[in-house]
Design a protein around this ligand. Structure first.
Ligand code: NAP
Length: 310
């Protein structure tokens, strides 16, 4: 099969398309013939070789976690999927997912049936980002209807799904991005928009119940400052929460790591099927343009998601 192989940790020049053996599945796994795979910032961070994730790989290094495709083979212990099912999921995160490939072996527990309303490209764009947004807002953020929630970087891969899920859960939602993304963020259902290049959130906002910060060091202290006492700050891109809590000891501040879950995807499927959650794919690229995809992600200027196909 064809796969995008990284010859060594470092820059995008180390990527090439190569023929590699098809994976052999274990009893609890299925083999997915991949129609599209997604990319996330975690991919380029892993590519550099400096993240803890990088140490878990052996050669040939195949990056990526997000896939959508059709089941080609089913392990002997798998009862909930059959050959021919269209599925999507985040495979094995944060262990190697080997997703930049024509075939991927995935634990059945990491997949869900693809909603029929989603294309394979949209489904491949979703898993890591949508699981992150869902777990941040519900499992960690405990968002309740009527609460005011700020989503920092509302136009990004995670943020654009966070805005829609927060809205679907009954929140009053404020999103931040630069002005070129205002119409997009409002189209997702945001009640208010703050252009961070023109205004600070501290000038515009205060007394919020929840902040979902997907932007990181640039925004985290502003995020903390606009919460009410006992408000919740859930971060995915900034880890030094002790510094945040020194500034605002009266809030709950937590950095989370997404976990894989076919069950969460099945819950999320209902929002997709009800039309409350749309996945924005800004570009579909051929697999041999993986370097371009990584470089665009590293710019931190992409809107929605980029996916690739063989
Ligand atoms: N901990 C976890 O489990 C987890 C899970 C997923 C992602 N992450 C991390 O979370 C971060 C976001 O991921 P992502 O996939 O959503 O990234 P992304 O798609 O690359 O985010 C890009 C977006 O961020 C916006 N942005 C950049 N700087 C901003 C700022 N200062 N204020 C407001 N918006 C800003 C940009 O809008 P403009 O172009 O308008 O500036 C752009 O649309 C990454 O660092 C990623 O590694 C962590």
């Amino acid at each position: 099969m064809k796969a995008v192989v990284l010859s060594e940790w470092g820059g995008v020049e180390n990527f090439s398309i190569q023929d590699v053996p098809k994976p052999i599945i274990k009893a609890d796994e299925v083999l997915v013939k991949v129609n599209a795979f997604g990319v996330n910032p975690a991919d380029f961070k892993t590519r550099t070789g400096i993240t803890p994730y990088s140490k878990k790989y052996t050669h040939p290094i195949i990056l990526g976690w997000d896939i959508a495709g059709v089941i080609d083979e089913v392990g002997s212990d798998v009862t909930n999927f059959k050959t021919g099912d269209a599925v999507y999921g985040m495979v094995n995160f944060p262990e190697p997912g080997n997703a930049y490939a024509e075939y991927v072996a995935s634990p059945a527990a990491h997949l869900a049936l693809k909603p029929t309303t989603l294309s394979f490209e949209e489904a491949a764009a979703a898993p890591l980002a949508v699981l992150t947004a869902w777990q941040a807002l519900t499992e960690h953020g405990h968002l309740k209807a009527g609460e005011k929630v700020l989503v920092q970087a509302a136009s990004g891969g995670v943020g654009h799904l966070g805005v829609q899920l927060a809205k679907a859960l009954g929140g009053y939602v404020i999103g931040t991005a630069s002005g070129k993304n205002e119409a997009f963020v409002r189209s997702l259902g945001a009640d208010e928009f703050v252009d961070y290049t023109q205004n600070t959130v501290e000038e515009s906002l205060g007394d919020l119940d929840l902040v979902f910060d997907t932007a990181g060091a640039d925004t985290i202290f502003a995020s903390a400052s606009v919460l009410k006492s006992n408000g919740r700050l859930i971060s995915i891109a900034y880890a030094a929460m002790d510094k945040v809590l020194t500034m605002r000891p009266d809030i709950h501040a937590e950095r989370i790591l997404v976990h894989t879950s076919g069950d969460d995807l099945r819950t999320i499927n209902k929002f997709i099927e009800d039309g409350k959650l749309k996945i924005t794919v800004s570009q579909v690229l051929p697999a041999d343009q993986i370097a371009d995809a990584h470089q665009q992600l590293e710019s931190r200027r992409t809107t929605g998601k980029i996916v690739l196909t063989f």
